[in-house]
Design a protein around this ligand. Structure first.
Ligand SMILES: [Mg+2]
Length: 174
């Protein structure tokens, strides 16, 4: 396993994709996955957005119909938007997950009654989604952010993210 918890490997996603929609039901089934944990901002919707793109809506529906358990794991502070998107999509959520803390991931797995090794985490950020997922023993898939607009702190962390991704690529880790 690539992420053995030593050194920088804890930041390395197991897989990278352009969008969540690249992750197929068939692939997840082959992996023996039961639960899919999802970041919200810039993974499913634009940062602070409320509109779910049709392609993503359709993808979520496919996953649900295939029997996967889903949960939103977000650091969002504004519970109202998260709550309404959760209701609209009919997907439960963990709020103030404080990623990369393990707590939010732990809560999500508990909520879905799923062990870490049967879950995947999909998100657009290395230092929250990927790091937290890896620390929790969850397979991590990093996707490209939906839009460029994001929190200023995120823009700063993108610099380190890019450097690490280049390093992982050189090593052949991803
Ligand atoms: Mg995000």
């Amino acid at each position: 396993m690539k992420t053995d918890g030593r050194g920088l490997q804890i930041f390395c996603p197991q897989r990278m994709e352009r969008s969540v929609t690249e992750v197929t039901v068939e692939q997840l089934r082959k992996m023996g996955v039961e639960a899919v944990l999802l970041d919200l901002d810039n993974t499913l919707v634009r940062w602070q957005g409320r509109d779910i793109p049709d392609t993503i809506r359709k993808w979520l529906q496919e996953l649900r119909e295939a029997g996967f358990k889903l949960c939103l794991v977000s650091n969002a502070r504004f519970g109202k938007r998260l709550r309404s998107l959760s209701t609209e999509l009919n997907i439960p959520y963990v709020r103030k997950a404080a990623k990369p803390s393990r707590q939010g991931f732990h809560n999500a797995l508990k909520l879905l009654s799923c062990p870490a090794h049967k879950a995947v985490m999909i998100g657009d950020q290395m230092f929250t989604d990927v790091w937290g997922g890896n620390r929790s023993g969850i397979y991590t898939i990093m996707v490209e952010p939906i839009a460029r607009r994001e929190f200023i702190g995120t823009k700063i962390s993108r610099v380190a993210e890019r450097l690490l991704l280049a390093w992982f690529r050189r090593r052949g880790d991803i």
